[in-house]
Design a protein around this ligand. Sequence first.
Ligand code: ADP
Ligand code: NA
Length: 329
Amino acid sequence: PYPPRVFSGIQPTGSIHLGNYLGAISQWIKLQDQNEDLILSIVDLHSITLPHDPKKLSRNILELTATLLGCGLDPSKVILFQQSMVSAHTELCWCLGCISTMARLAHLPQYKEKSANLKNIPLGLFVYPVLQAADILLYKATHVPVGEDQLQHIQLCQELAKIFNNRFGQTFPMPHTLKISNEYSRIKSLRDPLKKMSKSDPDEKSRICLTDTPDTIVRNIKKAVTDFTSEVTFDPENRPGVSNLISIHSFATGKTVEQICKEAEHLDTGRYKFVAADAIVAYIKPIQESIAQYLDDKGYLLSVLAEGGEKASEIAEVTLKEVHNKLGL
Ligand code: ADP
Ligand code: NA
């Protein structure tokens, strides 16, 4: 009996790249256009789980807001807010933390990956998936669009909802994953097509950012790692590098993968990269111009976040009160 509601979050850890755009933002725009009840959070509390630069973080929050608006998100249709402005997130995180186990959290692949090279592991990094569960459950979200990398975290969220409901009475709906069509759910790094394109990759040449200049985009695509076969064929399994470019190219032009390969029949991968780069630059250009306009109006960006924060708080506070009651607090 829970009305459908979609929740999603994005970290303000750096410039938005095409992986974020294809795998997440463009999906959100689609949901917005279908008039879904959509709540989007700029999850800044998640971004302090690893060492960070405060000045950069606050700049990134505004940049991300401008980027989301520039991509077409409409704050009158979608609740767009900054996580740290709604204190109920950390409060629910504590409550859920008390029903989570250390063993369960230690098993999560993303935690293992991120902590592998750290001598001192921050507690926040360990608790991160519990905060993510709180983000979702606070709004009684029924659907969560996720990339492949986040599936295990949604499973944890489902488990915590179940445990809470069983112990303290029905409170949370079971959040379902809204799987993103496979092709775009894992856009690859340009430098290592076995890894996903990521904001947190220290190598800036590994990604195509919405705010990159055309020259940078062309240069990075030109240097993208492919393989020793010169034909342009789509085979994500055996040829992840060139297939990744074809996927992005296909999204940017609306052409099918087959069409693109057919048109590139007479090209080798080196020359094909220029064709793909031109198409990608052309696709990004109007988005870039729109982002730049929003970035010029800091006052407006702040007002969007303030209003979104108020709307989110209104919903979140009701859930938090219910949780406190159930826990006897
Ligand atoms: P990043 O890994 O770049 O820091 P986030 O973890 O902030 O990105 O993820 C933001 C959204 O973008 C999530 O919905 C995530 O699944 C999606 N996403 C991130 N990287 C990719 C990628 N390479 N391909 C497709 N979607 C991605
Ligand atoms: Na990430």
